[in-house]
Design a protein around this ligand. Structure first.
Ligand code: PNS
Length: 161
């Protein structure tokens, strides 16, 4: 059984994340989508809100489970029995940090490899932070996030208008 983990802060989840979830779920027998802490970012959505949105988005992917953790990814992946970390790569600007994290994760857990999926070409420009910025300033984010979580995101961003 090949089990992978797709970690992220998903604050909020976007169509780009959904694209990676679908493609990774077709490659592996089981996929954990893991809502994790990124100490370099401040989150707007609570972990429970993000997990709930991710569950709704991936409800039709039968081999996907949504989980969350405030621990190290290298430890959490080991506990779940995952031996591959899946990450989406948008542009070269993502690469340096992702490369560093992949090496550190394998150093901490030598059984853990990182597989990068190039993002779908229509999602190259998408990021959670820009979705938050556009939505908070009253822009239309309908094309950027899955329909089933659109209302949740707009409601949360609306608080900031
Ligand atoms: O979506 P993001 O914010 O780019 O995801 C980054 C994330 C959450 C995957 C990364 O910060 C992470 O792995 N956090 C868990 C804590 C951890 O293991 N940190 C050390 C990474 S080498």
């Amino acid at each position: 059984m090949s089990i992978a983990i797709y970690p992220g802060s998903f604050d909020p989840p976007t169509n780009g994340h959904m694209d990676i979830i679908r493609r990774a779920s077709e490659i592996f027998d089981g996929l954990y989508v893991a809502c994790m802490i990124n100490l370099r970012k401040t989150s707007m959505f609570t972990v429970d809100e993000r997990v709930e949105m991710l569950k709704r988005m991936s409800a039709d992917c039968r081999n996907v489970s949504v989980v969350s953790s405030e621990t190290l990814l290298a430890d959490f992946a080991g506990k779940l029995g995952a031996d591959v970390i899946v990450k989406g790569l948008r542009a070269m600007s993502d690469f340096e940090m992702e490369f560093q994290m992949a090496l550190l994760n394998r150093k901490m857990n030598p059984k853990l490899d990182t597989l990068f999926l190039t993002t779908g070409e229509s999602f190259q420009y998408l990021s959670s932070s820009l979705v938050k910025e556009i939505g908070s300033l009253g822009g239309d984010i309908r094309d950027f996030v899955p329909e089933c979580v659109y209302d949740d995101i707009v409601r949360k961003l609306g608080v900031r208008r």
